[in-house]
Design a protein around this ligand. Structure first.
Ligand code: NAD
Length: 252
């Protein structure tokens, strides 16, 4: 199956976890990938793995919370690949704390990396997408958008992604641009492993407890998010826009 032949995809935060799995999935189906992460060195492992399997990819270092850096990076991507068709706003971080002791700096950082980054990348990307009257934007929300103890900053950012998505779908739809989001539950990645470590649990035990709370009785894998992102970025979802799709094993 080659749903993305001749398509250029930018995936942010693609050095590891869900971003790396998404980069691999899109590349396997024919897309050339701009692998964006905090440094080009971090992104290079994903690029090497894609090219080793015969795919096409390049690494870019960019802090996606910095508008100027995003502009410069996208200019470079377009210079290297000619254009872009697909943007996956995946980069994200957590700085969990109960609200009463959450430092303002952690609020600001989480909003900047999880939400403002999507504003930055989507706004810069739409300059190119509207011109060619074709584009797909898929952003990472989270089940935490519905509320999660210790994640006021992250929940607010991920709920913001849903509002941004619904609005961009309205504004960019006339330019043949589909804008959607996915909202994963517990996915086994370095992010959730770090959360486990922070609360003094090992990753396996942390996952076991999350699995118990999940109707499918297991946690998700990055590839199970990547396949849904790929669906939303493909023509299989050509009449889907403005939606947030939960990927959480049936949990409410
Ligand atoms: P991860 O921590 O494993 O990977 C995130 C990547 O983003 C890292 O490579 C990191 O270097 C990069 N990154 C961080 N800040 C950046 C910045 N300012 N600029 C560029 N790159 C940056 O995380 P993950 O679990 O793979 O999560 C990916 C996305 O999915 C995030 O948006 C996360 O909030 C979301 N998500 C994850 C889960 C989960 O359970 N893992 C659930 C719901 C949503």
């Amino acid at each position: 199956m080659s749903r993305f032949t001749d398509k250029i995809a930018v995936v942010t935060g693609a050095a590891q976890g869900i971003g790396a799995a998404t980069a691999h999935r899109l590349a396997e189906e024919g897309a050339a990938i701009a692998v964006v992460d905090l440094s080009a060195d971090r992104a290079q492992a994903t690029v090497d793995a894609i090219t080793a399997r015969g795919g096409k990819a390049r690494a870019y270092g960019c802090d996606v919370s910095d508008y100027g850096a995003v502009e410069a990076t996208f200019e470079q991507i377009v210079a290297d690949f000619g254009t872009l068709h697909i943007l996956v706003n995946n980069a994200g971080i957590t700085r969990d704390n109960l609200f009463f002791k959450m430092p303002k700096s952690d609020w600001d950082t989480v909003l900047a990396v999880n939400l403002t980054s999507a504003y930055n990348c989507s706004q810069v990307a739409q300059r190119y997408l509207t011109r060619q009257r074709y584009g797909k934007i898929v952003s990472l929300s989270s089940r935490s958008a519905l509320g999660n103890r210790g994640q006021a900053n992250y929940a607010a950012a991920k709920a913001g992604i849903q509002g941004l998505t619904a609005t961009l779908a309205i504004e960019l739809g006339p330019f043949n641009i589909n804008v959607n989001a996915v909202a994963p539950g517990y996915i086994a990645t370095p992010m959730t492993a770090a959360t486990a470590e922070r609360v003094g649990s090992d990753a396996e035990e942390h996952q076991r407890l999350a699995a118990e709370r999940t109707p499918l009785r297991r946690v998700g894998q990055p590839e199970e998010v990547a396949s849904v992102v790929a669906f939303l970025a493909s023509e299989d979802a050509s009449y889907v826009s403005g939606q947030t799709l939960y990927i959480n094993g049936g949990a409410r």
